[in-house]
Design a protein around this ligand. Structure first.
Ligand SMILES: Cc1ncc(COP(=O)(O)O)c(C=O)c1O
Length: 392
């Protein structure tokens, strides 16, 4: 059972505002800022390289924390600048060739879809978008049938869509991919910290995510998981002196672990803050966080359903912490702006077609208001949002 008062006391941003933009970037707990400040002070007092030496054990522990979060080994984790870079590093390392098919979902993040198009243009790969079932999730029967067909090289999709939060049946998708011998790249950007993740149970070969969303870490850090056996076979598009070593005038060797996908230079303070955020989440328990997030999102949806002039736009089963809606009288951007002007500011975001193009087009939506709840939010905060919407 989560102690909500403690959660809020740990979160300095809770008091002055109502933060419902956790799918954008959550409010961090104080321990996150403290870990970053500690390392910044070390850098100021010792010098950046010397501070890194002094923080070696703490830095190594971050990999252990992420590995625990995912039920992976530390050798299978790499830390990079953001989720997109994590995803790019894996996707562009895959040995895709002309005619290879990438299967994705209509809920795909446009930032991932653009690289598909780029390799379609550059290499001649094919992109196929899987049909949805009646819940708006990937149709497993269609996936099973397509995996039996020719030339599927990769299944790649987001676990939770950034608009409307459709949660894909990733364990079933993973099992189908394993049975067909097809690689599965899972974008867990909105899922990490919200939903329990177990890469072995899911069966994905690769997974990417960020610090700043449901894990409540700082901005500027993302991470990837790659299964050890696959890692040995992939050569990152970019290599530096951390990822590889020059062994002669015409030969280099790559690291054996996932850190071959990293760069040497990084913001260590941010990584340590991220480690503190992961530890904080693990300490609370991801199962408990997920239960609380589902409860609060359900509470908000129930209230929205009774509010005249607003339509909840969420699809999927089960639903997630990302609650999306449109209003009949005001555009999403105007709603966001009005909520931000309130004496106790309410932060929501607007999710536009540019980030989930296929799904928004399919559903005939231009943009939606996204009120994404986290465990530290309260029923009273959600009541305030609903009341503010009623008065708009
Ligand atoms: C599903 C999904 N994938 C990827 C990203 C990109 O993450 P980042 O901005 O850290 O690169 C986002 C960001 O909103 C997202 O929602």
């Amino acid at each position: 059972m989560l102690d909500i008062n403690r959660l809020r006391a740990d979160t300095p941003g809770c008091d002055p505002l109502i933060h419902l933009n956790n799918a954008g970037a959550s409010l961090s707990a104080s321990v996150v800022g403290a870990a970053m400040a500690r390392h910044q002070q070390r850098e100021i007092r010792l010098g950046g390289y010397e501070a890194a030496d002094a923080a070696q054990a703490e830095t190594a522990a971050v990999y252990g924390s992420v590995a625990r979060l995912l039920n992976a080994c530390t050798e299978e984790i790499a830390l990079v600048d953001n989720a997109t870079r994590a995803w790019d590093m894996l996707f562009y390392a895959l040995p895709l060739k002309a005619g290879d098919v990438v299967l994705t979902s209509a809920s795909e993040y446009a930032g991932n879809y653009i690289p598909y198009l780029q390799l379609k243009r550059r290499l001649g790969i094919q992109i196929e978008v899987l049909a949805n079932d009646e819940h708006g999730q990937v149709c497993l029967a269609a996936l099973r049938a397509r995996l039996q067909g020719p030339r599927v090289a990769l299944v790649s999709l987001p676990m939770i869509a950034s608009n409307g939060g459709v949660l894909q049946p990733v364990q079933a998708i993973g099992a189908l991919c394993r049975a067909a011998g097809v690689l599965f790249l899972l974008d867990a950007c909105q899922a990490a910290g919200q939903v329990p993740l177990d890469v072995r149970a899911i069966g994905c070969h690769m997974l990417t995510a960020t610090s700043r969303k449901y894990l409540r870490g700082p901005r500027g850090v993302g991470f990837l998981y790659i299964e050890q056996a696959l890692c040995q076979r992939l050569e990152p598009t970019f290599l530096d002196l951390h990822a590889a070593t020059l062994v002669s005038a015409d030969a280099f060797e790559m690291r054996g672990d996932a850190r071959r996908f990293e760069s040497w230079e990084c913001n260590l303070a941010v990584r340590l803050g991220f480690g503190a955020a992961v530890d904080y989440a693990l300490d609370l328990g991801i199962e408990a966080l997920w239960a609380r997030i589902q409860y609060l999102a359900g509470y908000l949806r129930a209230a929205l359903h009774t509010l005249p002039g607003y339509q909840c736009q969420d699809v999927g089963q089960p639903l997630t912490g990302l609650v999306t809606f449109t209003g009949e009288r005001h555009a999403p951007a105007a709603i966001q702006h009005s909520l931000a002007q309130l004496p106790r500011r309410i932060n929501v975001s607007v999710s536009g077609a540019s980030s989930t193009w296929l799904d928004m087009r399919q559903r005939g939506l231009e943009s939606v208001v996204r009120a994404s709840v986290h465990a530290y939010n309260t029923e009273a905060e959600l009541d305030s949002l609903v009341e503010a919407l009623r008065r708009l």
